[in-house]
Design a binder for this molecule. Structure first.
Ligand code: OAD
Length: 238
């Protein structure tokens, strides 16, 4: 099957990746759904909401502090590194739902973070925004204006940063190949990106140990983990 599309891959001028939690799973960062999707006794899906934050900001910050600790200690895996290496052979843009920064740390230069970043914080009231790499001295952390700070990430019920989203659509519309790695494709609007690519005749490839809701739309589905499959796939472009 890979042989049948290898010519298209070698001819590709622009490759867009859509990535999700699964690509960082082999770096030791838990995914959101399935057996990994619980933190203590809480459903990650329910904690990643504005309601949960206003209900119990200390609890949500405890979860984020643990995630910050875990992410800062993690290293990019062979999947992230393979994508970074592909820049030698093609234009590469990554549209990621991840907030962990591992694509950038692997060396990728064009990364659009659709759901924000774990290092970014902002005030819930004033315009203050910053990046924070060290631990907070209080929980919840407070802004100089006296109000609570929050992670600058996108929670359920919130819109994506519009400038980032508009650019993501443009890249999805004009790529030759889209590689969708480590995402269940159940969260909107990120899960519409493969549709933009397909409408413009891009070749769609999925890397996931399991089926996704778009498996039938793929030109190729690789049932493997990203740290195994991506180095092999990238070697075809060379
Ligand atoms: P999910 O947890 O929904 O899906 C992870 C996907 O990765 C699943 O389809 C797994 O089968 C697959 N997977 C697991 N291990 C893998 C591996 N080693 N290699 C490749 N694939 C693997 O995570 P996302 O699709 O990223 O948003 O979830 C999307 C959004 O939902 C997240 O960004 C987050 C979450 O709620 C917000 O918090 C707004």
């Amino acid at each position: 099957m890979i042989n049948s599309i290898s010519e298209k891959l070698r001819a590709a001028r622009k490759v867009v990746f859509v990535t999700g939690a699964g690509i960082s799973q082999e770096s030791g960062i838990p995914t959101f759904r399935g057996k990994d999707g619980m933190w203590r006794n809480y459903d990650a899906m329910k904690l990643a909401t504005i309601e949960a934050f206003y209900d119990d900001p200390k609890l949500v910050w405890e979860w984020y502090n643990e995630r910050r600790h875990n992410i800062f200690a993690a290293e990019p895996n062979l999947g992230h590194k393979a994508i970074a290496e592909l820049e030698k052979y093609s234009e590469v843009v990554i549209l990621t739902q991840n907030i962990d920064g591992l694509h950038q740390r692997a060396g990728s230069s064009q990364v659009l973070e659709l759901h924000g970043s774990i290092v970014k914080i902002k005030c819930t009231v004033c315009d203050f925004k910053d990046e924070m790499y060290s631990e907070f001295s209080e929980n919840p952390p407070l802004c100089t204006c006296g109000n609570i700070l929050r992670p600058d990430v996108v929670w359920f019920g919130e819109g994506l940063p519009q400038d980032v989203w508009q650019k993501a659509i443009i890249h999805a519309n004009n790529c030759d190949v889209m590689i969708i790695a480590g995402t269940s494709l159940v969260v909107s609007p990120a899960n519409t990106l493969p549709i933009y690519a397909k409408q413009n005749d891009a070749t769609l490839i999925e890397i996931n140990p399991d089926n996704t809701i778009m498996t039938e739309d793929m030109d190729l589905s690789i049932r493997s983990t990203s740290a195994i499959a991506l180095p092999e796939l990238v070697s075809i472009f060379k």
